[in-house]
Design a protein around this ligand. Structure first.
Ligand code: DON
Length: 563
């Protein structure tokens, strides 16, 4: 581990109290903190903590609650990753509940007769769905690391689904934007009226079919989803289109506990998600590239820091495109990619000017898009146990296909595979054989649930974000803003972000980066592109005295609440 001394202000950079003069303030509490993208779900988590549940109990309850109140990304029809910090043992656990390709999936199944990617099929059809992992993942976490009964943690979600809740402005608007959902028409009668108008703000939304599905899970555990009634209905629904998921696929779904990626930055440990997510590896790789520079001295948001970050991002994403995939199917050089030596070697290739991406690895120019909507939540309990969980349907409302008899949307995670080498997916990411479609394989992800631990094993930062390919760079900047630039959590999350992903060779930035900085970056050879805001880095932390949280105000309806 490298210890390069104190950072920016030469003080405890994570203690929000010291920075009470800041323009943005985190929420503070004494016993625990829950931060999620939806207020009712956050309150469910806080209530579980109040009742004596630990961070994992709260996370499982929040995970199921979001499936009801935040259906565009909260889910039981998708998958994700959970990072857990067990304070007593100073042990971190990475739970992989990513979707699996069905047994009938094939490498070229998304190519049309002209060998072009059939985007409708890979994104908006039943064939876009991988075998969902969420139910198995949440229940695995509960059984191994929780303390409460399944019935207790599922009860709030079942109640929200059965008795209903008032639709928020955010939910109504997101349904209005979700054209692909409307086109399928499967969610009519629940989320839309007969004329395809989304359910209005303030209306009571009840989801009886979902309540029944959740009820079966509460009663029977994973068997309530992967076998019996739910499995039969889901397999039947698949037959209405070109869906591949069978009852057998559901029965074969496996959660995997994996060794987390562990890196360091200055005197903090950074523990994050291993493959099949690319998040942890590239987060640590980028930190290693820049660790030798004094970013605090150069200044947060300066052209010098932005240039360095951009070049680190460019190099990491180039590696992603060739080396990363499901580690059960492809050899991922994890050690090498996350080694300090490799980071230093890459740093030496960075000069004063932008390195054209084609010089790093030849390829086509493509647009990066981010139509998706994943969701992340961060939870810390009174004992300092922490959960960082990111899960998703991939796009907002997944494939847009809703299973009426079961009450949930199906993911379109198959688009995270490489349908054709060199062809961009929905996030403009390109890749190769390491991430090709194979039966039973998990598509490569960018989700980066992350724990940052100080020398005493305290989770001083628990973070993650939606945003597809923009996730890893979002987490990188939140982390640097706290550890290197001495910002409190609220400032760190609110600061404008930049992003580069090698291809397209474009430096994306949010509004709020100074025009002078942008000019300087252009002068160094970067091609700039302003994009509307991205990510939702709902983060929490605990410094041994105070719990702090911040919900990221880029998305409406979110809540950080402690007690
Ligand atoms: O796993 C992944 O990397 C993507 N399926 C995540 C999608 C996402 O973050 C959408 N959110 N805006």
């Amino acid at each position: 581990m490298l210890f390069l001394g104190a950072s920016a202000a030469g003080q405890s950079t994570t203690n929000p109290i010291i920075q009470s003069q800041a323009r943005f303030q985190p929420v503070l509490a004494r016993q625990g903190m829950v931060v999620s993208a939806e207020a009712l779900a956050t309150q469910v988590g806080v209530e579980i903590l109040r009742k004596g549940g630990n961070a994992v109990d709260a996370a499982v309850a929040v995970g199921f609650a979001l499936a009801v109140t935040h259906p565009r990304a909260g889910n039981i029809g998708g998958g994700g990753f959970m990072m857990i910090h067990l304070r007593d043992e100073d042990r971190q656990v990475a739970i992989d509940y990513r979707e699996m390709a069905p047994a009938a999936a094939e490498r070229d199944m998304y190519l049309d007769e002209n060998e072009n990617v059939d985007q409708g099929k890979v994104r908006f059809s039943r064939a876009a769905a991988g075998v969902p992992g969420t139910v198995a993942g949440l229940l695995h976490a509960l059984e191994r690391y929780g303390t409460m009964k399944r019935r207790q943690v599922l009860a709030p979600a079942i109640k929200l689904a059965r008795s209903g809740f008032k639709v928020s402005r955010d939910l109504s608007r997101s349904l209005g934007r979700a054209r692909h959902v409307i086109e399928h028409g499967t969610a009519r009668g629940v989320f839309y009226d007969r004329d395809d108008n989304p359910i209005k703000t303030g209306t009571l939304l009840k989801q009886p079919a979902l309540a029944r599905t959740l009820g079966r899970i509460s009663k029977l555990g994973a068997d309530g989803f992967y076998r019996g009634e739910t499995a039969v209905q889901l397999a039947l629904d698949m037959q209405q289109g070109e869906g591949l998921i069978t009852q057998q696929d559901l029965g074969n779904y496996k959660v995997v506990e994996r060794d987390p990626i562990v890196g360091s930055f200055r005197d903090h440990r950074v523990v994050s998600m291993p493959p099949p997510s690319s998040g942890g590896i590239h987060l640590v790789q980028m930190l290693n590239i820049i660790e030798g520079d004094d970013l605090a001295e150069l200044g947060a948001g300066s052209a010098a820091v932005s240039h360095l970050l951009t070049e680190a991002m460019r190099r990491a994403y180039a590696d992603r495109s060739v080396h990363l995939g499901d580690p059960d199917f492809t050899q991922v050089p994890m050690r090498r990619l996350t080694s300090k030596d490799y980071g230093k070697a890459l740093r030496k290739t960075i000069g004063e000017r932008a390195t054209p991406s084609d010089k790093i690895n030849p390829g086509e120019q493509i647009e990066a898009a981010a139509p998706g909507n994943t969701t992340h939540f961060s939870i810390i309990d009174a004992d300092g146990n922490a959960v960082a969980n990111t899960y998703t349907l991939n796009f907002s409302y997944g494939s847009g296909i809703y299973v009426p008899s079961l009450g949930f949307f199906l993911n379109n995670e198959m688009d995270d595979f490489v349908a054709k080498p060199g062809e961009p997916n929905g996030y403009g990411l390109i890749g190769d054989e390491a991430n090709s479609v194979q039966p039973g394989k998990r598509p490569l992800s960018s989700m980066t649930p992350t724990l940052v631990l100080n020398r005493d094993g305290l989770p001083v930062l628990v973070t993650g974000s939606p945003g597809g390919s923009f996730i890893i760079t979002t987490v990188l900047q939140v982390l640097l803003n706290v550890l290197e630039h001495g910002m409190n959590l609220a400032e760190a999350v609110s600061a404008p972000r930049i992003h580069h992903q090698w291809k397209p060779d474009m430096l994306f930035h949010e509004r709020g980066v100074s025009p002078d900085t942008l000019k300087l970056l252009e002068g160094r050879g970067h091609t700039l592109r302003e994009r509307r805001v991205w990510g939702f880095a709902g983060s929490a932390g605990y410094d041994g005295e105070w719990f702090y949280g911040f919900a990221d105000s880029r998305r409406g309806g979110a809540l950080a609440e402690g007690y």
